[in-house]
Structures are given as C-alpha cells and as structure tokens.
Design a binder for this molecule. Structure first.
Ligand SMILES: Nc1ncnc2c1ncn2[C@@H]1O[C@H](COP(=O)(O)OP(=O)(O)O)[C@@H](O)[C@H]1O
Ligand SMILES: [Mg+2]
Length: 282
C-alpha cells in the first residue's frame, strides 16, 4: 500500500494574548492512497490546524515535525519547503464556506482551480482555452452540475456550491482531497449529496479523501478510517466501525456534546450490556 500523506512528530503552538496554546501535540499519521479518513474532535481540538499544516498554511513548531505529501516534504522542522505552492496545488481543498466567487459563473469558478495563484482581476481578464473549458465541463459533469455551468454561483444552493468547489479541486487533477467541515453548513439532504459525490469520485478516481467532520453518523457512513483529536492529540486512529459511544464518551469527556450522533449509535460492549442510545446535536 502506497503512503500518500505522512505527518510525523507534529507540534503546533500558538501564542494568544501571551498565553501558549498547543493546538497539535505530537501528531503522527500515515495515510495510504485511496483511503477515506474522517477527522473528528470537539471544537478547538486541532482539526483545522492539522489540515492547514498539511497544506503548509501553518508552520509547525521548530522541533522536528515533518509533513510529506506523496513522499515530498511540504514542511520540516519549522520551515516550509520551497516547493510548497507546487505541492499544495496538487491537493484539492474544500472548506465549510465553499470559497466561491459569487459574482462569477460556475464555469469560471471551476477554472480558478487551474490558476490558483491569480487574483480575481487576472482571472476575469484571462481567456481560457477551449481545452481548459472542456476540462471544466468534464469536472462539472462529474459532480452532476454541468447544466449550471453558465449560471452565477450565487444562484446555487449551498450543497450545489460545495459540489462546484469539488469540481474546482478535480480540475487540478488532485489526487488528495482535503475538506474542512465540508457539510457543516448544509442541511441533511445536501450533506448527503455532497458526501455521496465525494465518495463516488474518490472510488472512481482513486482519490484519497480526508475530511474533518463533527457528525459521527457521516463518518460512519462514508469513511473507513477515523482519526479523533482531543486537545491536539490523536486519541483514536482506526476503523470507523470500532468507534463506540462509550469510547467517545471516554475520549471526549465534557467535550462530547460537540459531536453530533445519531439515534442508533448505541454501544454494545460485547458483554451483553448496551450503552443507552445517545443523541447529541451541537
Ligand atoms: N491563529 C491562531 N492563533 C491563536 N490560536 C489559534 C489559532 N488558530 C487556532 N488556534 C487555537 O488552536 C486550537 C485548535 O484550533 P482549531 O485547529 O481551529 O480546532 P478545530 O478545527 O478542531 O475547531 C484552539 O484552541 C484554537 O483557539
Ligand atoms: Mg475547525
């Protein structure tokens, strides 16, 4: 199995009003090509910091932390690699707030994926080749939105906008999709469509998919592996099916209320005792 993302000894300390906050604490991860991984944890547990560090948008502490994507260093020992932009461009990124340019049509928002370092004026004034446009339409076809190509992005629903963001990641030819709470602001039906789209694509295109989530039912349905963070530390890393309400209650303690669970998430401890069903909604 080919390793596609490697994080070792990652520490990240922020200074806030003179106070040190350790957002990541000795995080070690090895992710294999094609895996679908949920990153869970209470608010403030370090999920976004980890994702941002993988993208080289946060620099780890200078104490030996190392992050590699496809065997290439994105950062090491508190320094970004000089190829950081190039490596980052090979990763598709999806955020909770979609990050589309509302005034532009869907097609142009997808085309932004192939010129990520340009500003909006450069993008508007750029003439895209027919080949680029064909690629954009192909990416939109893959997320089921080809009919919306010439519509302004602001006219689309939240779920559709998130699928445009996925198409923008695809047009780069990304082999890794990193998503930070991609469905946190969507209703359940739109969330399902967005997650279905990502999972179908990850299967078809052999993409590695890593997503932070606070909904346990979604992690259970779509991700084979779950990594749980608590106060910057990895407290669980294993098959999602092994997560149990009891274990989460132990791991999260008073922070458990930040995770959203479904009604059938009961826990059979294997000794005949079944934990009461839990329902937590943020
Ligand atoms: N730029 C920053 N400056 C100071 N503290 C930060 C910064 N970014 C994150 N933090 C702190 O780091 C911790 C982890 O935050 P974050 O990674 O955003 O968690 P999550 O995404 O799991 O909610 C939190 O205590 C947060 O307040
Ligand atoms: Mg976050």
């Amino acid at each position: 199995m080919r390793s596609i993302l490697n994080v070792s000894s990652a520490n990240k300390t922020f200074l806030s009003s003179g106070r040190k906050i350790q957002a990541l604490c000795n995080v070690n991860l090895d992710i294999t090509a094609g895996e679908r991984v949920a990153l869970i944890g209470a608010s403030g547990s370090g999920k976004s910091t980890l994702i941002r560090s993988i993208l080289g948008l946060e620099v780890l502490d200078k104490d030996g932390g190392l992050i590699k994507i496809n065997h290439r260093e994105i950062q090491a020992d508190g320094h970004l690699s000089k190829n950081v932009r190039q490596i980052r461009n090979e990763v598709g990124v999806i955020f909770q707030q979609f990050n589309l340019v509302n005034q532009l049509d869907v097609m142009t928002n997808v085309l932004i994926g192939i010129c990520p370092n340009k500003n909006i004026f450069q993008i508007i004034s750029r003439r895209f080749s027919l080949e680029d446009k064909a690629k954009a339409l192909d990416a939109l076809e893959k997320v089921g939105l080809v009919d919306f190509a010439y519509q302004r992005s602001s006219t689309l629903s939240g779920g559709q906008q998130q699928r445009v963001a996925i198409a923008r990641a695809l047009i780069k030819g990304a082999k890794i999709l990193l998503a930070d709470e991609p469905v946190a602001s969507l209703d359940p039906e739109s969330s399902r469509k967005v997650m279905d789209t990502m999972v179908t694509l990850s299967e078809k295109l052999d993409l590695t998919y890593i997503t932070s989530l606070h909904q346990i039912p979604i992690a259970k349905k779509y991700c084979d592996r779950t990594i749980a963070l608590n106060q910057g530390q990895v407290v669980f890393d294993g098959p999602t099916k092994e997560l149990s309400a009891l274990m989460l209650a132990k791991l999260y303690g008073s922070n458990l209320g930040d995770l959203e669970m479904d009604e059938d998430f009961s826990c059979d401890r294997g000794d005949g005792y079944t934990e009461p069903k839990l329902t937590f909604v943020e």
